[in-house]
Design a protein around this ligand. Structure first.
Ligand SMILES: Cc1cc2nc3c(=O)[nH]c(=O)nc-3n(C[C@H](O)[C@H](O)[C@H](O)COP(=O)(O)O)c2cc1C
Length: 547
């Protein structure tokens, strides 16, 4: 350890308060390097840098001007950092709206990976978790919501509503279920446009207070990576959908009227280079762009509460969280790093692989839900062949128009290595699945052999993510593990600390450490701008070391 403190005068201008001398007991002057970390970490206290007798000291005593009494010394003030409680990052209105203590939520992870346990743990600790409803049956979603409501009767929690272009009825059914069950926060994702289901959820919760203000009971956090989509969520609900909902008796005339004066979403989570579905955009470019769209809409609409913009995608270290806040994010969102936590519904094998991943060990692979359109998801590359095998299937799908067109050698190879079965058997199983769930899709496949090929290949793409959750024995090399570069950045940050072993990773501790670290770094950077430089080992924040 080579901890030190240096002061380099960068400006002769000093803030007026710094011109006053610091007066206090010599014992409050700290220059033992081993105590610097403690002082910097105690983010609820102000911090002063002083010069006395040609040495530099830190102190948390403010030493306001007073008459020197016996034993007091008089020192020169060089720098000051205010208390920086972790609750003070982001926007207070975010915390007020959702009833959280911190400007942080854990994004939904499909197949219930962001589980009841995860959402409950986060909610009890003042964070918010979004339940990963995508890919689950309505019955399982209802059971999960009831379990969460038991644990968190007053919240905070959110439930995902994911756009399902192939299953619009399912989306509507889920929106109705959420309304019936009293879910009042949804995280809406994968939308390119507003839908009937979304507008129904939002507008059915509108009412007017006695003072004429509009009460918005049903909150929407929309996760978006494109400006044009963000704008739609920042504007009021579209007229045509309001008319349809009115005609169907889903909303009242009064509610339709109120809907014309409020935005569709309370919050926009800007999603950058994340695990799962992503456009791989850099967060530093995306945040200012979305803030500009928000400011433009707010100037036009003049809402009493403007739409907030939060940030997700790539956040796995305190530095990334702090950067997002400093760029104006109202809150931060994590995903990948939570999948490696003990509360995640992910198999031990998957969590262990995640805990070893490096930042570059992720890759884009074909997505199960929008396979035919060439949509891709970001997955873990290390320890699984899923990405390679799924890419091979997509290549064959693009080249051939039916199962019969695939050359026998290629067919045999994928049957042996990927499907472990004859494609005819896979088709039988696929038909049984769709007969239960989506007969129309099946009829399309009977009429169109290329669609049949897609459904057969989607058997693999759909099952591989479940194998990762349940830990399907023997299929480890096929696990589809959604993951972004944040995971590797996190792993590197926690090396040698209590959070390195996968069994120690708990969502709440991970969230706390990220925010504590962000506060620490904010204080260090503030000192830097005032000419105070710490040695390298003090410039970064790490969780406590492993004993
Ligand atoms: C395993 C996994 C599954 C995900 N599933 C969903 C999902 O079903 N719905 C959704 O809105 N976002 C989903 N996401 C995105 C996360 O909610 C979150 O926005 C994202 O992971 C944040 O970026 P990061 O991975 O870089 O932390 C998923 C992410 C991961 C890692």
């Amino acid at each position: 350890m080579n901890q030190s403190l240096q002061y380099t005068l960068v400006t002769s201008q000093k803030a007026p308060f710094q011109q006053l001398p610091w007066i206090g007991d010599h014992e409050h002057l700290i220059n033992q390097p081993e105590n610097f970390i403690n002082l910097l970490q105690t983010y609820n206290q102000a911090l002063w840098v002083l010069r006395y007798d040609n040495n530099i000291f830190l102190t948390s005593q403010d030493g306001i001007s007073k008459a020197i009494s016996n034993g007091d010394v008089q020192a020169e003030r060089l720098a000051y950092v205010p208390p920086m409680p972790i609750e003070s990052f982001g926007y207070p209105s975010f915390m007020h709206t959702y009833g959280t203590q911190y400007p942080y939520y854990a994004g939904a992870m499909a197949n219930g990976i962001s589980s009841v346990e995860m959402v409950a743990a986060l909610g009890k600790a003042g964070f918010m978790g979004s339940f990963g409803s995508a890919g689950l049956s309505p019955a399982r979603i209802v059971a999960a919501i009831k379990a969460i409501q038991q644990e968190l009767p007053d919240g905070p929690f959110a439930v995902n509503l994911i756009h399902s272009p192939n299953e619009p009825l399912l989306e509507r059914k889920l929106a109705e279920l959420y309304l019936q069950l009293g879910v009042w926060v949804i995280e809406a994702s994968a939308y390119m446009d507003l839908t009937y289901a979304l507008v129904h959820f939002r507008v059915a919760g509108l009412s007017q207070a006695a003072d004429g203000s509009i009460l918005i009971k049903n909150k929407i956090i929309a996760k978006i990576s494109r400006r044009e989509v963000a704008r739609k969520f920042m504007l009021p609900a579209p007229e045509d959908l309001l008319k349809q909902l009115l005609a169907d008796g889903k909303i009242t005339e009064d509610q339709a009227e109120l809907a014309r004066r409020v935005p569709m979403a309370d919050d926009i989570t800007v999603e950058a280079d994340s695990g799962g579905h992503t456009d791989n955009r850099p967060l530093v470019a995306l945040i200012p762009t979305m803030l500009a769209v928000r400011d433009e809409v707010q100037a036009r609409m003049n809402y009493p509460q403007s739409v907030r913009v939060g940030a997700g995608g790539g956040i796995g270290t305190p530095a990334s969280a702090l950067a997002a806040f400093m760029m104006g994010a109202a809150y931060v969102v994590t995903g990948s790093i939570n999948q490696a936590c003990v509360e995640a519904a992910a198999s031990d094998h998957t969590r262990r692989l995640l805990a070893q991943a490096d930042m570059a060990e992720v890759i884009m692979a074909p997505a199960a839900d929008m396979f035919e359109m060439g949509v891709r998801v970001q997955v873990l590359k290390r320890g699984t062949m899923f990405a390679m095998r799924a890419a091979r299937l997509y290549e064959l799908y693009n080249r051939y128009n039916s199962v019969e067109e695939i050359p026998p050698a290629d067919r045999e190879k994928i049957e042996k290595t990927i499907f472990w079965r004859n494609l005819d058997e896979i088709w039988e199983e696929t038909q049984a699945f769709f007969r239960e769930r989506d007969q129309k899709n099946l009829e399309r496949a009977y009429a169109d052999p290329h669609h049949k090929l897609a459904l057969i290949f989607r058997w693999y793409l759909g099952l591989t993510s479940r194998w990762s959750v349940v830990g399907e024995p023997g299929r480890e090399m096929d696990y589809q593990i959604w993951c972004g570069p944040a995971m590797g950045a996190f792993n590197q940050w926690v090396k040698g600390t209590v959070l390195e072993p996968v069994e120690n990773r708990k969502v709440v501790e991970v969230a706390h450490q990220l925010l504590i670290g962000a506060a620490y770094l904010a204080r260090v950077r503030s000192l830097n701008t005032q000419g105070v430089f710490l040695s390298e080992d003090l410039q970064q924040y790490y969780p406590p070391r492993q004993q």
